[in-house]
Write a protein that binds this ligand. Structure first.
Ligand SMILES: NC(=O)c1ccc[n+]([C@@H]2O[C@H](COP(=O)([O-])OP(=O)(O)OC[C@H]3O[C@@H](n4cnc5c(N)ncnc54)[C@H](OP(=O)(O)O)[C@@H]3O)[C@@H](O)[C@H]2O)c1
Length: 312
């Protein structure tokens, strides 16, 4: 398969990252294990989670996604065979990206994950109260101790990334090697604004909401379709003229390629300059198989162009 390096780091992955926000939300532990098994059986290794997933579910203990992934790795004895990406400074967590919060958040994540290292550790959201020097300093200590391999930043603007890179050079600290912005056929602005910075600085990018929370699978064509998932209502904002144009293009390209709209959406992402890999979650083994097929699908230039034009 088309393995890709993440930035200038030592991490090299197949171009699909499994989204972990569903574990403890739309997927329970047993289903989670099945999904994780199917993902590695399909030849992939990278799993994305966060200290805050899915803390929005009432009654959940903190970090259930990390806990489920940790139990799965322990039971399977496969820690060395997978890449674990997690994040600090998730919603409603006090301390933001201050050094103490990074240090403490990391220890708690490690405990839940039942491991002694993380492959890729992200600043989940920017924190205007913490300087880049403070956050990068805390992360640099974790890398030097051998417990974090590579660091990254999520939801940062190009300006924030450039400032952080400059700080890393001036202060001789680890730099953010990987970014995690939102990007999909519908939502393009955030990554479009980052692309030049990413390419110029050889930074890896794994993009989230690859399927626009399920909208790009084509299963939501009107509000009447929302009942298909607890997440249905979350795609309402896509039901507009632009969304319809994208679904029409997806249907056409899917028919040309004997594929589904979800698979075509991922194939388009994998082909975009600056994208190292899409992140997508799944709630069944069938969906995992479809995600795997999608990132391996090669679309013609004409099909790629049709899709690009549809979402402009
Ligand atoms: N850094 C950040 O701030 C941030 C923010 C959000 C997400 N993320 C990361 O990105 C990951 C992905 O985001 P996401 O899970 O919210 O959205 P997504 O990948 O855009 O949508 C995935 C959802 O679509 C449905 N689906 C997947 N494959 C399908 C298929 N073949 N056919 C039909 N339906 C399918 C499933 O939900 P149903 O079966 O329920 O329909 C699945 O949970 C997260 O898990 C997380 O790791 C990061």
């Amino acid at each position: 398969m088309d393995r890709r390096p993440l930035g200038r780091s030592e991490l090299v992955i197949e171009p699909l990252v499994l989204g972990g926000n569903v574990f403890g939300w739309t997927v329970d532990e047993k289903q989670g294990f099945e999904i994780l098994d199917a993902f590695v059986e399909a030849g992939f290794t990278a799993i994305d989670t966060a200290e805050g997933y899915p803390n929005w579910v009432p009654g959940n203990p903190p970090g259930m996604s990390e806990t489920i992934i940790g139990k799965w790795m322990k039971e399977r004895g496969n820690r060395a065979d997978v890449h674990i990406f997690t994040k600090v400074n998730s919603a409603n967590k006090p301390g933001g990206l201050k050094a103490d919060a990074v240090k403490q958040g990391f220890e708690e994540s490690l405990k839940r994950l039942q491991t002694d290292y993380v492959d890729l550790y992200f600043s989940h959201w920017p924190d205007p109260e913490a300087s880049h020097e403070e956050t990068l300093g805390a992360m640099d200590t974790l890398v030097r101790s051998g417990r974090v391999r590579v660091i990254g930043a999520s939801n940062y603007t190009a300006e924030m990334v450039r400032d952080a890179q400059e700080t890393a050079v001036i202060k001789s600290l680890q730099r953010y090697e990987v970014l995690q912005p939102r990007f999909n056929l519908y939502d393009r602005a955030e990554f479009d604004a980052l692309r030049d910075t990413v390419l110029e600085n050889e930074i890896g990018t794994i993009v989230y909401y690859s399927l626009a929370s399920g909208f790009l699978t084509g299963k939501y064509r009107s509000k009447a379709d929302f009942g298909q998932s607890p997440r249905g209502g979350g795609v309402e904002r896509y039901l507009d003229a632009k969304g319809e144009k994208i679904l029409a293009a997806l249907d056409k390209v899917a028919a040309n390629n004997d594929a589904t709209p979800a698979e075509v959406s991922l194939a388009w992402l994998v082909a975009q300059p600056g994208v190292s890999a899409p992140i997508a979650s799944a709630t069944s083994v069938e969906q995992v198989k479809s995600l795997a097929k999608g990132v391996r699908l090669k679309l013609s230039d004409e099909d790629l162009q049709t899709l690009t034009e549809a979402g402009k």
